[in-house]
Ligand binder design. Structure first.
Ligand code: C5P
Length: 209
């Protein structure tokens, strides 16, 4: 079984995807980390993530060690990710890896992938498609807390603005824009706890098993 979980930043999809994968004994792939890795690789080489040549070269030769780099989680990597992710050549270079993972997960049981276009482009055949969303204020507040817990200085206005800019870029791009698949179940997590989101998602998965 393939479970596709899409949605905007900090809506809770990563937490949900990991928990579902652990509960079901499935393999988990955070597809955003691939785009972050490409963005970080361009930044580290002194390039511009908006430059198609630099971004394509990084996507075609992505150094997988970067996926475990602590800088992958910071806002600079997130913004670079959303710039490289708008480019068709970058998306094409990362597609096979994601599809192979979904169709032949290492553990052989099933796969949970989270991202922006898993249900629409990467795995349109997924048995379960969830679109996890929340208000931009709720998501910015979660991100602010995460940054503060990681000991990083963070300002509310800047975090909210960054979130809105990234949403706009991800939703308005021509290739694989952020949107729910026609057959996705939308869960708005604005006023739900992580446990409530997990229970709601598990009920949907169980109904399909
Ligand atoms: O999910 P995360 O915040 O780590 O993703 C970083 C960026 O990577 C997103 O803002 C988006 O631009 C891009 N992305 C994407 N398609 C995916 C996953 C992430 O375009 N499937």
């Amino acid at each position: 079984m393939i479970i596709a979980i899409d949605g905007p930043a900090a809506a809770g999809k990563g937490t949900l995807a990991r928990r579902l994968a652990q509960h079901l004994g499935y393999d988990f792939l955070d597809t955003g980390s691939l785009y972050r890795g490409v963005g970080l690789q361009v930044l580290r080489a002194g390039g511009d993530p908006a430059d198609p040549k630099a971004a394509k070269a990084a996507a075609e030769r992505l150094d997988l060690k970067l996926l475990a780099d602590p800088d992958l989680r910071d806002e600079a990597a997130a913004n670079a990710a959303s710039l490289v992710a708008a480019q068709p050549a970058v998306r094409a270079a990362l597609l096979d890896f994601q599809r192979n993972f979904a169709r032949k997960p290492p553990g052989g049981r099933g796969a949970v992938l989270d991202g922006r276009d898993v249900g629409t482009v990467v795995c349109p055949e997924a048995e379960v498609k969830l679109f996890i969303t929340a208000s931009s204020e709720a998501r910015a507040l979660r991100r602010l807390r995460e940054l503060q817990e990681a000991g990083q200085a963070a300002i509310w206005d800047a975090v909210l603005q960054d979130m809105r800019d990234r949403d706009a870029r991800d939703s308005r791009r021509d290739v694989a824009p952020l949107k729910p698949a026609a057959d996705a179940v939308v869960i708005d997590t604005t006023s739900l706890s992580p446990d409530q989101v997990f229970e709601a998602a598990l009920a949907i998965v169980d109904a399909k098993r």
